[in-house]
Design a protein around this ligand. Structure first.
Ligand SMILES: [Zn+2]
Length: 209
């Protein structure tokens, strides 16, 4: 008796995440998208980037992450006194303040979650680029999906920009090299960890039996 793998058996079907309608999957060109006829949600987009491009962007993201954490994101000077702050220094400052639990939340959302996201992306894409499924593929893909809401670099970036604008009237505030790296990293992570990464499920389906 032949056992069927559910992934292969139903791979031609696609379920709307919003209203549970079932559709037959069609192949899409680069900038095309498929929408649910019942609720209008986007079901699938044409693949915009190849695995190789995604891997290259993930490695760039890893380098930018190092820059964003090593170089100061903001430097403040007043009457000859100069102070610079890195992302880690801001988490540390929160830990010594009155709202210590905030340090753990900040550390998780602006350092730990993005770091794990980048590491998992590099791991999965390095194997996918060689045409293989990475060890622990399913767990890694699911972790990546769960991490997405916890990675809040864009919120952090917005907060820093607001702080710079607010403080600029009173002090000499300069955006540091780390802030530029953080800005580029935020855009890259949104690009890489979006729906494009889901293609790995289809690309490596025959190896996941
Ligand atoms: Zn729908």
């Amino acid at each position: 008796m032949k056992t069927l793998n559910p992934m292969n058996t139903f791979s031609h079907l696609i379920i709307c995440q919003h209203c549970d309608s079932l559709f037959e999957s069609v192949s899409l060109n680069r900038w095309q998208k498929a929408e649910c006829t019942r609720c209008g949600a986007v079901l699938k987009r044409g693949q915009r980037m190849s695995v190789q491009t995604l891997l290259a962007l993930s490695i760039t993201a890893a380098l930018l992450f190092v820059f964003a954490n090593v170089f100061p994101v903001i430097s403040i000077s007043m009457e000859g006194l100069n102070n610079e702050a890195t992302l880690w220094a801001s988490v540390e400052a929160l830990a010594h303040g009155r709202i210590t639990p905030m340090a753990a939340v900040a550390g998780l959302t602006i350092i730990l979650a993005p770091m794990l996201q980048i590491a998992l992306l590099c791991w999965l894409l390095a194997f996918a680029n060689a045409g293989r499924a990475a060890p622990g593929f399913r767990a890694c893909m699911r972790t990546l999906e769960h991490l997405r809401p916890w990675s809040m670099l864009e919120v952090c970036l917005l907060g820093i920009l607001v702080a710079i604008v607010k403080l600029a009237g009173m002090l000499n505030v300069h955006p540091g090299l780390g802030l530029w790296a953080l800005g580029m990293l935020t855009v890259l992570l949104i690009l890489i960890s979006g729906k494009d990464i889901h293609r790995l499920w289809d690309d490596l389906a025959d190896q996941l039996i």
